[in-house]
Write a protein that binds this ligand. Structure first.
Ligand SMILES: *Cc1c(COP(=O)(O)O)cnc(C)c1O
Length: 395
């Protein structure tokens, strides 16, 4: 079973991972969503509405750019999938555009969401403004401080940003708060989750809304080179840009090597990282069985990454399945390597990548002697939001 179309099973499992470990009050809501989404997936009018929103509002298709000077540096032909050129500056908009159409079809009156770096919050505020739905975005207090421009963007777009100060005050706590709001207001409210994580059907639905990245890439690389690449690389936080890129490749009979790059943080053998797949163990978070960073008592650990968008202690359940099945390789690079890749891409190609995306570039720079001749890297977002961090960095 290598095709993503057969996953998950009817109960939302990818092998043992995923599922719905949720309170009874949420079960009906998640089931309503699962059934509605199942029906919409094959609905022609929904598919047409989605395609035109992606084209005319989100700015798709995004280019596949041949990075010549980076290719020379790496010693292989490297193409960048330019998700940084999407409206609002990252792949997050693909999923937000899709899910807000689901919310409309379900006749929900308000939208809630969580955000880490603020990219997903901005995407949600953007699509809610477009369709005229009120929205509340939960954001950790720490993240609100380090990503202040995105807080301002969300407010200008009409969203209410609610600060969450429990625990680490980052993405995990914001997600728990958004779920709490959803449980309390389940009749009126749509929960617009931002990555391929959480309880069924989110990991599958978010993957499906992001697979446009991989579908376009296959068409574009085939047009440019007459074949599929040897290697495809994407960064992994919750795992949505990576699964969106990988899913169509997993369905092909040609073998393409795929690598997911996590946040290795300090790069030392300590706990200051967010590499759930490379260094975590099995556990349940936000309704799904997955790989997690936890202590011996099952308490979730504080994570660290220079990029707020990768700073999450869990990862989408389909990635756990793909790792165990040996279909995708997962590894981590450090803050320092990501930062250096940020500077290298800026200097060689005139592109400031998001620090998240810089992790994927860093992998390439680190493994330039690999035998791959044709490589695609998913450039998940642009780096403007990170300029303050890059300028003030103390590693
Ligand atoms: C949020 C974000 C990520 C990480 O999220 P995934 O769900 O793993 O894709 C990566 N890159 C950018 C630019 C982001 O905004």
């Amino acid at each position: 079973m290598s095709g993503t179309r057969e996953r998950p099973d009817a109960s939302g499992h990818f092998g043992p991972y995923g599922g719905r470990y949720i309170p009874e009050t949420l079960f009906a809501a998640s089931e309503e969503l699962a059934q509605a989404y199942e029906a919409l997936k094959g609905d022609e009018s929904f598919k047409n509405e989605l395609a035109s929103a992606l084209r005319e509002f989100a700015g798709r298709p995004t280019p596949l750019f041949h990075a010549e000077r980076l290719s020379d540096r790496v010693g292989a032909s490297v193409y960048l999938k330019r998700e940084d050129l999407c409206h609002t500056g990252a792949h997050k908009i693909n999923n937000a555009v899709g899910q807000v159409l689901v919310a409309k079809r379900l006749k929900k009156k308000r939208v809630v969401a969580e955000t880490g770096a603020g990219q997903h919050g901005v995407a949600v505020a953007t699509v809610c403004a477009r369709v005229g739905l009120p929205c509340v975005v939960y954001m950790g207090k720490t993240d609100m401080e380090r990503q202040a421009p995105n807080v301002e963007r969300m407010r200008l777009l009409g969203a209410e940003v609610r600060s969450v100060s429990s625990g680490n005050a980052t993405l995990k706590e914001a997600t728990s708060e958004a779920i709490r709001d959803w449980v309390t207001n389940v009749e009126s409210t749509y929960y617009l989750l931002g990555s391929a994580v959480g309880m069924h059907p989110y990991p599958a639905m978010v993957r499906d809304f992001q697979r446009v990245i991989g579908d376009e890439t296959i068409a574009q690389i085939t047009h440019a080179e007459g074949r599929l690449p040897d290697l495809v690389v994407a960064c992994v936080g919750g795992g949505s840009n990576a699964i969106g890129m990988f899913a169509p490749f997993l369905e092909r009979k040609e073998r393409v090597r795929m690598v997911g790059v996590e946040a290795g943080g300090s790069g030392r053998d300590d706990r200051r990282h967010a590499a759930s797949l490379s260094r975590g163990s099995r556990g349940i978070l936000h309704g799904a069985l997955q790989y997690l960073l936890q202590d011996d008592d099952g308490q979730i650990l504080e994570t660290h990454s220079i990029s707020a968008g990768l700073d999450y202690p869990g990862v989408g359940p389909e990635h756990a399945y793909l790792k165990d099945a040996g279909l995708v390789e997962y590894t981590a690079v450090s803050d320092e390597e990501a930062l250096s890749a940020f500077r290298t891409l800026a200097a060689l190609e005139g592109i400031l990548p998001a620090l998240e995306s810089a992790h994927a570039i860093a992998y390439l720079l680190k493994h330039s002697a690999s035998e791959a001749e044709l490589i695609v890297v998913n450039l998940s977002g642009r780096g403007d939001k990170d300029l303050g961090i890059v300028a003030n960095v103390q590693l």
